[in-house]
Ligand binder design. Structure first.
Ligand SMILES: [Zn+2]
Length: 66
């Protein structure tokens, strides 16, 4: 039988959870990004999580890749 580890005083480590990643920012002046943001907003109202993540992927792709 192992002794119970004394963990009650460990500092809380704040880890970013994948689910709560910040939404990617649209590129300023990009009509495609503006369209994706509108689409994501509409999808959020319908709770269409697959469309929301599609929009996030596309926005993130534009934000990082060229
Ligand atoms: Zn764009």
């Amino acid at each position: 039988m192992k002794p119970e580890p004394n963990r009650w005083h460990e500092p809380t480590v704040m880890l970013p959870t994948p689910k709560e990643r910040p939404s990617p920012r649209p590129m300023a002046g990009c009509p495609e990004c503006a369209r994706l943001v509108q689409l994501r907003k509409a999808a959020a109202m319908k709770r269409d999580s697959s469309t929301i993540s599609d929009c996030n992927i596309l926005l993130r792709m534009h934000g990082t890749g060229r």
